[in-house]
Design a protein around this ligand. Structure first.
Ligand code: FES
Length: 112
């Protein structure tokens, strides 16, 4: 679906997504690396578990939320991939802080 303009770069690294190895160019964001690897499903919506993936690639839409090294609510389009990081899909709503429980999903309306 997405193709790099050029594979010529300063080198490559590897990280993990859903337990599988993903290659990235040095300096890639997590979202750019996953899209270049053909992966478009980054999270599931809180209300209906519908798949979502990056839309804006500039930190506005929040459709790229993933769990990185156990920390939820990370915007994959704003985080540079580093070797060995473990990335997972975000399933539904996640806690905001360590003492918070899951966020209650809205009960009506919206496109969730
Ligand atoms: S793709 Fe929109 S916030 Fe990341």
């Amino acid at each position: 679906m997405f193709k790099r303009i050029s594979d010529v770069g300063p080198g490559s690294i590897e990280f993990e997504f859903e337990g599988q190895a993903v290659s990235a160019q040095v300096g890639d964001t997590v979202a750019a690396a996953l899209l270049a690897d053909g992966r478009i499903h980054f999270r599931d919506t809180p209300e209906k578990d519908r798949p979502r993936g990056p839309f804006c690639m500039m930190g506005v839409c929040f459709d790229c939320l993933v769990v990185i090294d156990g920390v939820p609510n990370r915007q994959a389009c704003q985080v540079v991939a580093v070797p060995g990081m473990k990335v997972a899909r975000q399933k539904g709503a996640s806690a905001i802080g360590p003492d918070d429980g899951p966020i209650d999903a809205p009960t009506s309306g919206g496109a969730a």
